[in-house]
Design a protein around this ligand. Structure first.
Ligand code: 13P
Ligand code: SF4
Length: 301
């Protein structure tokens, strides 16, 4: 650890802070955090922790989820302007309009959405549990927002449900091209293709397995395969290499990076720990409604 990382760790310990980082965060941020995980585990770990303060190295919807689930804890987002373009593709008014079009549908919101959208939803899901949660619902009609691609993958997994899709998407996973994937598969015919469900179907069709970020890491650790083509944001290269130093991970295009995930720096992380100023707080009338949708997700697994 370099000096600034040691300083951050000292402050976190002294102030009873838990530092959480998403697996797309820059390597030096992941190496400073207490826990590196996917969106589902970050939500769970924030809730299970006894720490008084949570420093969320990620994007706004993750910090909001932590704040919704932990009204008594102070939640701080060091990269205060780190949003998610997909989450911004739907707001509460647009969701209310969709609900009017599908009055009998259960609303399932991917956690990559604002607190206001979660408050208008019946249930949240992440990429790790979306298919399982939709399959467990008694109702047959679902309105899935905002990610049309995660939604279409869920629809393939659970064909018995009628799923209405909203046209949101992750602009990062949208950038993969068929040409790049065909080239990289041609160069590495033995490699297993792991793909995130935010990728569009034209990319997903090349995958051997569709997995969330934490599921990819666990799969790489537990499988006997040694070479993998990874179709998701390239920040995941760091936890994959740490978890499996002897295995090889191949990325079709190293420029496929989420600019918002890259906004956390050691400098703004240190400042956030020192000043505690960059708090994310959700208005109570929205928080209590959003909490129901998030808690229902956690209860269902
Ligand atoms: P997971 O953490 O669910 O794998 O999600 C990816 C993502 O886009 C987070 O922004
Ligand atoms: Fe949003 Fe995509 Fe970035 Fe995740 S990778 S934060 S979904 S823009």
């Amino acid at each position: 650890m370099i000096e600034i990382q040691k300083r951050i760790r000292e402050i976190a310990k002294a102030k009873d802070m838990l530092i959480l980082a998403h697996s797309y965060q820059p390597p030096e941020i992941q190496d400073t955090a207490d826990i590196v995980a996917d969106s589902l585990e970050l939500a769970r770990r924030s809730r299970d922790s006894k720490a008084k303060k949570i420093i969320l190295c990620g994007v706004k919807f993750m910090a909001e989820s932590a704040s919704i689930l932990n009204p008594d804890k102070k939640v701080i987002l060091p990269a205060h302007d780190a949003g998610c373009p997909m989450a911004d593709m739907i707001d509460a008014d647009q969701l209310r309009e969709e609900k009017r079009k599908h009055p009998n549908a259960v609303v399932v919101a991917y956690v990559n959405s604002s607190a206001e959208v979660k408050a208008e939803s019946d249930l949240c899901c992440t990429s790790a549990n979306a298919a399982k949660l939709v399959a467990s619902l008694e109702e047959d009609e679902i309105l899935f927002v905002p990610d049309q691609y995660l939604g279409s993958w869920v629809a393939e997994q659970v064909p018995s449900k009628k799923i209405h899709l909203y046209p949101g998407f992750c602009p990062i996973h949208q950038r993969f091209t068929e040409e790049d994937i065909l080239r990289i598969k041609g160069e590495n015919p033995d490699a297993v293709v792991l793909c995130h469900p935010e990728a569009p179907p034209r990319i997903r069709r090349f995958a051997d397995k569709i997995l969330s970020t934490s599921q990819m890491i666990r799969h790489a650790q537990s499988s006997s395969e040694t070479r993998f083509i990874i179709l998701t944001e390239t920040g995941i290269a760091h936890p994959l290499a740490k978890a499996c130093p002897e295995k090889q991970f191949i990325f079709p295009d190293s420029r496929i990076k989420c600019a918002n995930m890259g906004k956390t720096t050691l400098e703004n992380l240190l400042e956030a720990c020192e000043t505690e100023e960059l708090e994310i707080k959700v208005p109570e009338n929205i928080r209590v409604r959003a909490e129901k949708a998030l808690e229902r997700m956690i209860a269902l697994g």
